[in-house]
Design a protein around this ligand. Sequence first.
Ligand code: 4AD
Length: 456
Amino acid sequence: AEAAEVVLVEDASKPEAKSLKLYQLPEQVGERVRLQGWVHRLRQQKTNFFVILRDGSGPLAQLVLSGDCIRTLDALDLTVESTIEVTGLVTKVKEGQSAPQGLEIVVDWWKIIGRAPAGEDAFEGRIHPDMDFSMRADLRHLELRGETATAVMRFRALLLRQFREWFYQNRTTEVTPPCMVQTSVEGGSTLFSFDYYGSPAYLTQSSQLYLETVLPSLGDVYCIQESFRAEKSLTRRHLSEYTHLEAELVFIKFKDLLDHLENLICDVVETLMADPIASEIVKQLNPEFVAPTRPFMRLDYRDAIKYLNEHGITKEDGTDHVVGDDIAEAAERKMTDQINRPIMLINFPKSLKSFYMKAIPGDEEFTESVDVLVPGVGEVVGGSMRISDFDELMAGYKREGIPHEPYYWFTDQRKYGTTEHGGYGLGVERLLAWFLGRYTVRECSLVYAKTRRVLR
Ligand code: 4AD
């Protein structure tokens, strides 16, 4: 106890310590630096404390504390997830020893900024990897500090950046459509509604219609926007709020839409696999990942029905699929896992799809539509060619029992210089779940669901 009387004072005679982030350390060997961060891991030995520090800038760093540095009150009380400030000398670790970035900071002064609790309320006790998923969901704010969650979130940022870069290279303009809307895109059953100054309004399910309205001014456009769905069933690939990457392309044919999707996915995957940080995360979290190759398998809906029946993949009630059936999530995933590569499932029946989808010329009961399916997840993209004819659009509203009046701004696009066009929506969390081999989309979202319902 008497040893803990030591009070550390910063030594003013030492060279000034530069305030840095941990990622900057490799260029600072031999220099004195000042760091701030969280105690990620802590190993206390008799003569040395080893602290793995985390500051959110990427790589971690190992601190070595010894002598007076481990004889202070703070040293006695040091806990995992406390925030600390240190000064020390950046040194290379000895041959044969391993430490993050191959470096060690020999600490000459330090203090606690914010002490995390010890004992019953200690961080390691509140959240740990063996915990049930639904319990961890309530502690998402703490789980996000873990190495896996951090890697997923870092990768997510790199992915979004590459999407933006890809669209920039392809002269596609980013727009930011509203979240508060007065019309539905994908039907009323999954709308979240709220009161908008006395009128009913909804949280957007899809920004598609807004993207379509700016085609005449901006040409090809895209957005990365949250979409909201009041999903009735809780599955491992449904969120109530998810990040929706949507694009709309003008003066194209259906084949162009399919080629575009294939290029987008393959190019972005390729770029990320060539990025040192991103590829390291894939190696760590999903070592089995195989980058998709062009061309993707293109499977007509009617051939998919045949495939399901020939491979004994039945409906939930145990009966065979017939043309006109919606292919349920379980069946879709079984088929995709068997084929074990990305599939473009095309030409869905009109009866299964939304009011805006273009019919196949000469095969009017089916649509120029596409779902991209990937192993482990199933559908990651839904897209189609859109109706370009005014009368066909009016018939579409009628068929789906949608009053056309609130959509006047959308209908006007067919009145003032109509065009062939098409687009799609990609679920960012689903793509991430596939890329990083995550069991559920929840792990790929910052949102934490307060739920203890069982996942299907
Ligand atoms: O197939 P969806 O419903 O299509 C649309 O919303 C179109 N209006 C998009 C468009 O053409 N612009 O949704 C598109 C994608 C799905 O393929 C899926 O990846 C994702 O959005 N998605 C969800 N992701 C997570 N949680 C949910 N509840 C999702 N619902 C759809």
